[in-house]
Design a binder for this molecule. Structure first.
Ligand SMILES: [Zn+2]
Length: 211
């Protein structure tokens, strides 16, 4: 705690103002977090309190911009590392060439809000790049979405080079969710060496397992 003799209470004009620091953690999706200190002023004479110095909003904004810049960089690096080149993403989303490099460069000062919004979404669901690549064709988009959901459900990681299809079969005995994939160089985890393998499935409703 400190008393700043130069600080004047905006309510009563007293210079008897106490300034305390308050820790605040700023969080940004995919950008990490940053601890900042906010200043809380209290007038010792009239009891008014708040941000008399009008510095807190600036501190919060600076931290948010710093974390957003970090997020832009981290997300683009992650997508590049997982096989999505910036050029491929720009093609898929119809962005001018080198837009993503520009985002990374410009994010040092103030990242574009729309760039951050798009990158957050794509980082969460990278398969949206494939949806965009298919010109947002509804049937293809649904197929990609369901396939990715089933891959997640089955917790099975497939590389980009593998051809994957999926589906759901329902009859009176239950429901079968399946994921077919092609492997060129290795055998299926569940045995056999056919190209197309059903890797896992389950049933709901009648308690019987199906394989
Ligand atoms: Zn006062």
């Amino acid at each position: 705690m400190m008393v700043d003799q130069n600080q004047v209470c905006p309510v009563c004009g007293s210079s008897h103002v106490r300034i305390e620091q308050e820790d605040r953690l700023i969080f940004e999706p995919y950008g990490g977090q940053k601890a900042i200190k906010l200043q809380v002023c209290t007038c010792m004479d009239c009891g008014a309190d708040g941000d008399f110095l009008n510095q807190n909003d600036t501190s919060i904004l600076a931290a948010q911009n710093y974390l957003k810049a970090n997020a832009v960089s981290q997300i683009v690096n992650y997508l590049n590392d997982t096989g999505y080149t910036s050029a491929a993403m720009e093609r898929a989303f119809g962005l001018p060439s080198r837009t993503i490099a520009k985002w990374k460069r410009e994010s040092d000062s103030c990242p574009s809000a729309s760039a951050v919004a798009l990158l957050r979404i794509v980082r969460t669901f990278p398969w949206l790049i494939s949806v965009a690549d298919a010109k947002f064709d509804h049937a293809i988009a649904q197929r990609i979405f369901i396939t990715e959901a089933i891959k997640d459900l089955l917790k099975y990681r497939l590389t980009n080079s593998e051809q994957v299809s999926s589906g759901v079969i329902t009859n009176s005995e239950g429901t079968l969710i399946y994921l077919d994939y092609l492997q060129d160089h290795q055998e299926s985890k569940l045995g056999g060496n056919c190209n197309a393998q059903e890797i896992e499935c389950g049933t709901w409703g009648n308690g019987r397992g199906m394989l």
